[in-house]
Design a protein around this ligand. Structure first.
Ligand code: ZN
Length: 188
């Protein structure tokens, strides 16, 4: 019987500020006669109770477009002739822009003082959530025809950080494929 294992396919960095996969398709904005804007799901303006008219449709897919395009572009040189249909492991480290001052929540995670924040990567605690960051990357890889479907990804670690001092925003992506081990027991 052949033995299988995770074999590294590629590892690469994507530059840019990581974005979450947008939820939902598109949403409309209403504007009342007093100039307030509010969700089109609401019938009346929450501020002044006036009726509103739809003034814009915002495709929230646009919010991740640039980032997903960067992931798509970075994956191009590692594509195989046809999309991968084997089980996949994808490990991603996200590096978000590092602020000049950290929130109390982040400071507390390192003992409370700014002086205790490491100069290297720092745990990233605000939104976006980890799974939504992951989803945007996997969606971009699938759109790049790197793999046949996101559902093939069944393993992997997703971490989110602020980048270290001297670093820059982006992501480090490692992709592994579940393949038969090369060796004597698999020959014949
Ligand atoms: Zn109003």
């Amino acid at each position: 019987m052949p033995k299988f294992q995770w074999v590294e396919h590629c590892s690469f960095r994507v530059d840019g500020t990581p974005k979450a996969q947008p939820r939902g398709r598109a949403f409309a904005i209403k504007r009342c006669s007093n100039g307030h804007t509010f969700s089109a799901k609401k019938y009346r303006c929450p501020k002044c109770q006036a009726l509103g008219t739809v003034s814009a449709r915002i495709h929230d897919a646009g919010t991740a477009k640039e980032w997903k395009r960067a992931v798509w572009a970075a994956a191009q040189r590692f594509k195989t002739a046809s999309p991968i249909t084997l089980p996949l492991r994808v490990d991603v480290d996200f590096y978000m822009p590092r602020p000049k001052t950290f929130s109390p929540k982040v400071r507390a995670a390192y003992g409370g003082s700014s002086r205790d924040i490491p100069s290297g990567p720092v745990l990233f605690l605000p939104k976006p959530d980890r799974d939504n960051l992951d989803k945007a990357v996997l969606d971009a890889l699938t759109k790049a025809n790197f793999m046949a479907d996101d559902s093939l990804v069944c393993w992997g670690t997703v971490r989110k950080f602020y980048h270290g001092i001297g670093g820059r925003p982006g992501a480090r992506i490692r992709i592994m494929v579940w393949k038969p081990t090369k060796g004597p027991e698999n020959d014949a």
